[in-house]
Design a binder for this molecule. Structure first.
Ligand SMILES: Cc1cc2nc3c(=O)[nH]c(=O)nc-3n(C[C@H](O)[C@H](O)[C@H](O)COP(=O)(O)O)c2cc1C
Length: 313
């Protein structure tokens, strides 16, 4: 058995596999299900200040082996209601990371305080939601907005703040650098990739909202490139997200610079047993290579490329 444990912003994880936000985190029970199945951490769905119904159906289009397209519209019960679900998951031993979204830095900061009060171990900021003051843009697509939001949140809470970066910007690494500079203890990358599907029979977009976000195997290379470039710009740990569905995919992200990964669409397709399968595949890969600890491989593919000294083991 190889040692799959990693450390993320001072938090010891038993393996690098974390449940991604929005996929399986509707209830405390579903978070516990992922934890019991072997996830080392579980991220809640993104929670806002007030309950939101989300967009009308259809909100998801299945794209088979490619992945899926979704425009959910961030449906959620609001922080007050959801804190009960977090309490349930924590009572059952799960290591919970709280995801929040807001339209302004002030809203993020207020929510961060409320989310931290639920006892989550870290906060992940979903920086991919519409900017209330900048209609049509994502709050996380401009490094100045990222700086403002992260700074406001870091001032408000003591737990580590993870900034989740959008791939829908010219330079995701610049966003990550802004987040690090503002006090983020880790970066997660990526959220879904802006995408569209049109039904040629109905001659209209498949999703009720029109534009959606692509996830699953189709975006793995996009996520890998983001992690690679971010690794060359920042020193804080990186959590890789996007299209991971095998132990080899996890290893690719680790070699690109991630110290942990999040699993989304693969959980939607396979259920929480995916965590056990990925851990087993990863362990077999490391054993075959004669590597005793996954931590030795973080950023390994950068050898010969320019890379800053890391703060993590
Ligand atoms: C149905 C669905 C809902 C999602 N909801 C959220 C969310 O609430 N907050 C968030 O930060 N990311 C959300 N995401 C993005 C995922 O957390 C993840 O970043 C993305 O799907 C890429 O990973 P994957 O290819 O493993 O799915 C959602 C993705 C899907 C498919």
């Amino acid at each position: 058995m190889s040692d799959l444990s990693v450390e993320l912003a001072g938090i010891r994880l038993r393996n690098p596999l974390i449940l991604a936000s929005g996929i399986w985190g509707e209830s405390g029970q579903s978070l516990v299900g992922a934890w019991d199945a072997g996830a080392a951490g579980v991220i809640t769905k993104s929670i806002g200040s007030r309950p939101r119904p989300g967009y009308p159906n259809p909100t998801v289009e299945e794209l088979g082996s490619w992945g899926m397209l979704n425009a959910m519209g961030l449906p959620n019960p609001g922080i007050r209601e959801y804190s009960r679900e977090i309490a349930f998951a924590r009572e059952h031993g799960a290591l919970v990371i709280g995801s929040i979204f807001g339209g302004t830095a002030e809203e993020f900061a207020r929510l961060a305080r409320e989310m931290a009060a639920t006892g989550v171990r870290a906060l992940e900021l979903n920086l991919s939601c519409p900017h209330a003051e900048g209609f049509g843009t994502e709050i996380g697509s401009d490094p100045r907005d990222v700086d403002e939001v992260v700074r406001a949140v870091v001032r408000e809470v003591k737990i580590p703040v993870i900034a989740k970066i959008t791939p829908n910007a010219a330079d995701p690494a610049a966003l990550a650098a802004a987040a690090e500079n503002a006090g983020a203890r880790a970066i997660s990358a990526i959220n879904t990739v802006r995408a569209l599907s049109i039904d040629p029979t109905l001659m209209r977009p498949v999703l009720a909202h029109g534009i959606g976000g692509l996830s699953g195997p189709a975006i793995k290379s996009v996520g890998l490139a983001a992690v690679w470039q971010i690794r060359q710009r920042v020193r804080v740990p990186i959590v890789g997200v996007g299209g991971i569905s095998s132990g080899a995919d996890v290893l690719e992200y680790v070699l690109a610079g991630a110290c942990a990964v999040e699993i989304g669409t693969a959980v939607a397709h396979e259920g929480v047993r995916v965590f056990g399968r990925l851990a087993q595949e990863l362990d077999q890969l490391l054993s075959k290579k004669g590597v005793s600890s996954l931590r030795e491989l973080v950023g390994g593919a950068h050898r010969g490329f320019e890379i800053p000294a890391a703060d993590f083991p």
